[in-house]
Design a protein around this ligand. Structure first.
Ligand SMILES: *[C@@H]1O[C@H](CO)[C@@H](O)[C@H](O)[C@H]1NC(C)=O
Ligand SMILES: *[C@@H]1O[C@H](CO)[C@@H](O)[C@H](O)[C@H]1NC(C)=O
Ligand SMILES: *[C@@H]1O[C@H](CO)[C@@H](O)[C@H](O)[C@H]1NC(C)=O
Ligand SMILES: *[C@@H]1O[C@H](CO)[C@@H](O)[C@H](O)[C@H]1NC(C)=O
Ligand SMILES: *[C@@H]1O[C@H](CO)[C@@H](O)[C@H](O)[C@H]1NC(C)=O
Ligand SMILES: *[C@@H]1O[C@H](CO)[C@@H](O)[C@H](O)[C@H]1NC(C)=O
Ligand SMILES: *[C@@H]1O[C@H](CO)[C@@H](O)[C@H](O)[C@H]1NC(C)=O
Length: 411
């Protein structure tokens, strides 16, 4: 946009009126986004958990786990929002060793200051219901949605699979900082962090005062146990590897694993774990979640000739057969949520039809003049209405391409 403005300016230097028109045009063309980016961003400091080693909590590489806390104020001073960071998983020693050398597996390589926007913003006009809460971003450095408990050691290599311990260390660190006296609390997260929100929701509730209002939210964490386009269970095998490599099984919901004894690792999938969650839950997801489209439905192993490459990058380039496959995926997701949709009295849903993955952390999808809507409601409004019991919020969008409010965010 700046470039465009400069080009326009270069051709109109002699005409002040034309120059003014050009500037107004440039501003109009990029309206909400430019205005937001012109604002001062909220950057929040990292806190390393000093007593984590005593609890056996380490990132993959042995570094200290961390979170970023921005204090609440006013009426929100005793309310807490915890947001799990996302970032995929690692399922074998090689990929976990690689990860341990990156920001996904070590606080050594992470940015020490995090941007708090969307649901983490402290500005009432950008985040109307949670802006004055204590807001915490839990950094992800274990590679198994904060749920593993194992160590790999062979003389030359050492890897800590200690996600479950990291979760406990963070909670124990926050309890004396005010979380232990919370009046309201929301456990949230996006992607692998949205999955962590399913896995830890019941446990979170047990740490908080029994008279506190505790709820959980998953953004883009409803990963489906779905076959790929060649009918291979690519995702199921992948998750099975993550669960066994990282010692996750013992940390999954006992009642769920007891009920699926033949395949206890399936309880890592929200569609099986959901009915054992007793805390009120909100599922925010796109029915065409880009990560799931690219890694569960059409992983590159299932499309070696790249027939799907254009469609993956642009839904308008999908042929009718591909669109049909995507519509089936959407239907399967809605079916997997069917009982929750029908019978969960305190649950909420926002399943839109945008090609996106994670919509609560960025301002332009969470709450802005042109952010995605279902039945004219933004995601921030839907989540707030549900959290504060203002009205029942179970929104399922019409199928692609009907929704004109989408921000299709394809990586
Ligand atoms: C960042 O946080 C640490 C505590 O984790 C604190 O000691 C330090 O003073 C903070 N730095 C700034 C600039 O706020
Ligand atoms: C909050 O956001 C609004 C809308 O974008 C903006 O006008 C205002 O300056 C922001 N306030 C602060 C304190 O950043
Ligand atoms: C330990 O495991 C790593 C990764 O698999 C491998 O490269 C290395 O050779 C192993 N070391 C020994 C002593 O087996
Ligand atoms: C919960 O109970 C404690 C102790 O009685 C009280 O201080 C607190 O205000 C109560 N919280 C709520 C949300 O009612
Ligand atoms: C939460 O889960 C951990 C690991 O399973 C367990 O040790 C802990 O006791 C649980 N916390 C509560 C309050 O139940
Ligand atoms: C199915 O997927 C798994 C995991 O990616 C792979 O090992 C296996 O070879 C695949 N099978 C077929 C028939 O493509
Ligand atoms: C399993 O179910 C029983 C009976 O409903 C319940 O008391 C118990 O807390 C559940 N366990 C877990 C880990 O949720």
């Amino acid at each position: 946009m700046l470039k465009l403005k400069r080009e326009r300016m270069a051709t109109t230097t002699t005409n002040a009126n034309a120059l003014l028109v050009a500037i107004i045009l440039a501003l109009l063309m990029c309206s909400p986004r430019c205005i937001y980016s012109a604002e001062r961003r909220l950057l929040v400091n990292m806190t390393l958990i000093r007593n984590a080693p005593a609890l056996g909590a380490f990132c993959l590489d042995g570094s200290l786990p961390a979170y970023h806390l921005h204090r609440g104020f006013g009426a929100g001073a005793r309310n807490w929002l915890l947001q799990f960071e996302g970032g995929g998983w690692c399922n074998d020693i090689e990929s976990c060793l690689e990860r341990a050398k990156s920001r996904r597996g070590s606080t050594r390589y992470m940015t020490k200051w995090e941007v708090f926007s969307g649901i983490l913003s402290n500005n009432a006009s950008l985040n109307p219901d949670f802006y004055n809460w204590n807001r915490v971003k839990l950094r992800y450095c274990d590679g198994a949605s904060f749920a593993g408990d194992a160590v790999f050691k062979n003389g030359t290599s050492l890897l800590y699979f200690r996600g479950q311990k990291i979760w406990e260390a963070i909670i124990l660190d926050l309890l004396p900082k005010g979380l232990g006296q919370a009046r309201k609390a929301l456990l949230s997260g996006c992607s692998a962090g949205g999955l962590a929100s399913f896995l830890h929701c019941n446990n979170f509730t047990k740490y908080l005062p029994s008279n506190a209002s505790v709820k959980c939210l998953s953004d883009a964490g409803f990963f489906l146990d779905e076959r790929d386009i060649t009918s291979n269970h690519t995702m199921r095998y992948f998750i099975k590897d993550v669960v066994s490599l990282q010692g996750v099984e013992k940390n999954l919901d006992e009642n769920c694993t007891a009920s699926s004894l033949d395949f206890p690792e399936l309880c890592f999938f929200p569609q099986y774990a959901l009915k054992f969650i007793t805390t009120p839950f909100f599922i925010l997801n796109s029915a065409y979640d880009v990560y799931q489209f690219h890694h569960i439905l059409v992983p590159s192993s299932a499309d070696p000739h790249g027939h799907w490459n254009r469609c993956k990058l642009n839904p308008a380039a999908c042929n009718p057969e591909q669109l049909n496959t995507l519509q089936e995926f959407r239907r399967d997701m809605i079916v997997a949520m069917g009982l929750f949709y029908k019978y969960s009295r305190r649950g909420g849903l926002f399943i839109n039809s945008c090609f996106a993955h994670c919509q609560s952390e960025s301002q332009d999808t969470w709450f802005s003049a042109d952010s995605p809507r279902v039945h004219d409601k933004t995601i921030a409004e839907a989540v707030g209405d549900w959290y504060f019991s203002r009205r029942i919020t179970k929104e399922i969008d019409c199928p692609y391409p009907c929704d004109t409010t989408c921000h299709n965010l394809i990586p």
